[in-house]
Design a protein around this ligand. Sequence first.
Ligand SMILES: NC(=O)c1ccc[n+]([C@@H]2O[C@H](COP(=O)([O-])OP(=O)(O)OC[C@H]3O[C@@H](n4cnc5c(N)ncnc54)[C@H](OP(=O)(O)O)[C@@H]3O)[C@@H](O)[C@H]2O)c1
Length: 251
Amino acid sequence: MMQQFKGKVVFITGGTNGMGFATAQAFTEAGARVIITGRSEQTVNKAVAALGPSATGIVSDAGKMTDILALPAQLRQYTDRIDVLFANAGYGKFASIEQVNEAHFDELFNILVKGTFFTVQQLLPLLASGSSIILNTSFVTAFGIPYFSVYTAAKAAVQSFIKTFSMECTAKGIRVNGISPGYIRTNIFNNTGLTAEEIAGTIDSVIPTLPYKRFGEPWEIAKTVLFLASPDAGYIHGAEILVDGGLSNVK
Ligand SMILES: NC(=O)c1ccc[n+]([C@@H]2O[C@H](COP(=O)([O-])OP(=O)(O)OC[C@H]3O[C@@H](n4cnc5c(N)ncnc54)[C@H](OP(=O)(O)O)[C@@H]3O)[C@@H](O)[C@H]2O)c1
């Protein structure tokens, strides 16, 4: 495979599983050095072992300010610069308006909104001109899906960061874009608090509504992230690319 990212350093939050892991894999195959995060030593070590010698892992919780503030020093043990930052860590929890409590609200806003904001803020000094930031949003922001109110609002905030960050980063020569996945076959449902039966029921009810009658695969997100990070996307800035198999636009 072409070593398009040879000599580049890529940092991915939430790189132990799902689309973060698939993206880490694609970047290592393309020659990059990849640094991933996850919440536990066990998941991080497992992912690093699977990714091979060009991968490094840091145990860091994107929902904890102390962990985010420690990141620059932790990263500087391995590198003095990052060429690509993929702010991807996250999950959803779903409940009706009546059922949402303060803990649910704070948990999702901490990891998705505060985590994304302060990760970018803290790592900006390591991002030189020519580097690229990619934020993971979601197709959900265009819809009113029952029980998704808090998750969708948090992702809408991240969507707004794409525009405001790109404006501030233009002069620094840093491109900022977003990727908006549709339903992707990852581990995400296992973090929702739903039972295995409820997960299977949700998936079965969603598939017939999808234009391709299938979930997307994590590698389909990874390939788009690599494109956004590459010089081929050099004129794409402040944009969000939908990778949702047509879900949002094909009716
Ligand atoms: N799957 C979908 O259909 C879909 C659609 C649209 C958007 N998204 C978004 O895509 C992103 C990735 O999700 P995924 O579907 O790939 O899910 P996944 O397979 O569950 O992977 C989530 C990743 O995030 C990490 N993570 C979770 N909470 C974290 C935290 N507090 N700090 C650091 N890392 C954390 C997990 O690592 P550890 O478990 O090791 O901590 C794991 O590596 C999320 O932002 C999600 O909202 C998913």
